[in-house]
Design a binder for this molecule. Structure first.
Ligand code: KG4
Ligand code: ZN
Length: 342
């Protein structure tokens, strides 16, 4: 008998993601994005995103089924993002998932989005070893997770106290006059600059912060430092060396993320690191993580970028793992939680 077929639905932000996984095999991953509608506002507009999910949901489900050549009636379980994320968008996904679960008479699993960003790597690179470290970095989250079991054994060692890594890039992008989202533009500029040109601060690495915040991140002080540095230059009528600013800023972020993550791996004897979330596209982070993991003898796993940005496969991955473990499904009155803890 083949493994149960799980349909995963993701709607926590601007991507409508629908995927089908059979056991540990990903059959299809269909995504529709409303980013183009938000770009001109310089940020995600929740109501615009909700409306886009409502319009894209059924066509995206149909597309996934057609591409996998699967009938809806063959689906054995539904998994849906229950949080964290934007309440309106989450509600649209949850409503669709509940309707499918009731209509098909199959179990429903509410999934934590941040765990999904780590779990998707199991569909891409195979089952995790006993213990892995996962760094989940995007426009909405920066979390360091220790994973003993992807459904029942995830411990958050640290997270950002203020801005997420991608959010900090987007804010610095705005102050450098770059289009939204600024992250990829800073990445590109940084490759042409000197990362040692300006010594920007490393958040929460001072000895006084280490006891309480050994694995937490903070990027808002860094963002302010960049703003002050740029303003001082502008006030003095000097040109801004944009590539050097981008490179020095990006290096500060990548330095702190990788240093803290590798320290956590060492402290907990973890030999495999998974990086997920849309910010894992960042080349400064990728390069430094590869370099420092090689030095530390840690295996580095980063899924292809389409599985790092928000998608349905990450949710199907957690749902499939829950089904495999025989875990109880969620109640049909499952609520969404914009700040859902792990
Ligand atoms: O996961 P994602 O697509 O959406 C969220 O859940 O947030 O992540 C998007 C974030 C944005 O802040 C974007 O600027 C940032 O990731 N980002 C990057 C790069 N590619 C995407 N930041 C820096 N360098 C990149 N190459
Ligand atoms: Zn995400």
């Amino acid at each position: 008998m083949s493994a149960p077929l799980v349909l995963g639905i993701e709607t926590s932000c601007d991507e409508t993601g629908v995927a089908l996984a059979r056991g540990e095999e990903l059959l299809v991953d269909a995504v529709a994005s409303s980013m183009d509608e938000h770009a001109r506002y310089g940020g995600i507009i929740p109501e615009v995103a909700s409306r886009a999910h409502l319009e894209a949901m059924v066509p995206t489900i149909r597309r996934a089924l057609a591409e996998a050549d699967v009938d809806l009636g063959e689906v054995d379980a539904i998994a849906v993002t229950a949080g964290p994320g934007l309440v309106g968008p989450l509600t649209i996904g949850a409503a669709a998932a509940k309707a499918l679960a009731v209509g098909l008479g199959v179990p429903l699993y509410g999934v934590n989005h941040v765990i999904g960003h780590a779990a998707v790597d199991e569909l891409v690179h195979g089952p995790f070893p006993d213990r892995v470290m996962a760094l989940v970095v995007s426009g909405g989250h920066s979390s360091l997770l220790m994973v003993d079991d992807i459904v029942t054994g995830v411990t958050e060692l640290g997270s950002t106290l203020d801005d997420a890594a991608g959010e900090a890039f987007d804010k610095v992008g705005r102050l450098l006059g770059l289009p939204y989202p600024g992250g990829p533009h800073i990445d590109r500029l940084a490759r042409e600059g000197d990362r040692e040109a300006i010594r920007f601060p490393r958040g929460l690495t001072a000895p006084k912060d280490q006891a309480k915040h050994a694995y937490d991140f903070s990027f808002s002080g860094l963002k302010t430092a960049v703003a002050r540095w740029v303003e001082a230059r502008q006030d003095a009528g000097q040109e801004i060396p944009v590539a050097d600013v981008a490179a020095s800023f990006a290096y500060s972020v990548a330095d702190v993320l990788t240093a803290k993550t590798i320290a956590a791996c060492r402290r907990h004897g973890v030999e495999t690191l998974v990086i997920g979330g849309g910010f894992s596209a960042n080349s400064q982070l990728r390069d430094l993580a590869a370099e420092r993991c090689a030095e530390a003898g840690i295996e580095l796993r980063i899924p292809p970028i389409r599985y790092c940005t928000d998608n349905g496969a990450m949710i199907a991955a957690v749902g499939a793992a829950a089904v495999r473990r025989g875990l109880a499904p969620s109640d049909l009155d499952l609520a969404v939680d914009s700040s859902m803890p792990l």
